[in-house]
Design a protein around this ligand. Structure first.
Ligand SMILES: Cc1cc2nc3c(=O)[nH]c(=O)nc-3n(C[C@H](O)[C@H](O)[C@H](O)COP(=O)(O)O)c2cc1C
Length: 166
């Protein structure tokens, strides 16, 4: 049977086709946090990926224009807060809807023993240390080792797809 799929010729508009493809990729959402010189900083990211089990490590792709980017370097502590289904407001705030200095007013944030901001009621809180930052185009691929993990009781992740939440 013929498929109703819309084909976007790569040579005609590769960027639109790529954007459309990525809108079809469902992803969990995490808030990446660290300690800046003037207080906590954070942003929403869907590009968080499990990298290796040995050692436990993640990668996240961060736009070089994002406020958090200039706060990061190898050896820096970062928090990775994997959002729960009920935390859309936190995702939106840290995705840019709320000014940087007011974002931590959205959600219940508590500092861990390294003073990294950690989100209460997240699906998981990972305490990590940046291992490397590799620039690629507009972004940096940040590899971080996982030092500690806190898990919620239930698995109810927030899922982002097609510009909205499931
Ligand atoms: C659901 C969602 C996922 C996002 N994922 C990423 C991502 O993986 N990498 C990235 O650089 N920006 C991502 N963004 C955009 C940043 O969160 C956004 O540009 C943020 O405002 C950057 O922080 P700043 O305002 O402090 O510069 C995402 C935004 C949303 C809402």
């Amino acid at each position: 049977m013929a498929s109703a799929a819309v084909r976007v010729p790569a040579e005609a508009d590769a960027a639109a086709g790529f954007r459309g493809a990525m809108r079809r990729l469902a992803s969990g959402v995490a808030i990446i946090t660290t300690k800046g010189d003037d207080g906590p900083v954070g942003m929403a990211a869907t590009s968080i990926t499990s990298l290796t089990m040995e050692p436990p490590a993640v990668l996240v792709c961060i736009n070089q224009s994002a406020g958090i980017h200039s706060c990061l370097a190898p050896g820096c502590p970062i928090g990775v807060n994997i959002l729960s289904r009920h935390q859309r407001d936190v995702s939106a705030a840290f995705g840019g809807a709320v000014a940087r200095e007011k974002r931590f007013e959205v959600g219940q944030w508590v500092p861990d023993r390294h003073e990294l901001p950690m989100l209460d009621e997240a699906q998981a809180n990972l305490t990590c240390t940046v291992f490397s930052m590799t620039p690629f185009g507009t972004h940096s691929i940040v590899v971080a080792r996982v030092d500690a993990v806190r898990l919620s009781e239930r698995v109810e992740p927030l899922i982002f797809q097609d510009g909205g939440y499931l």
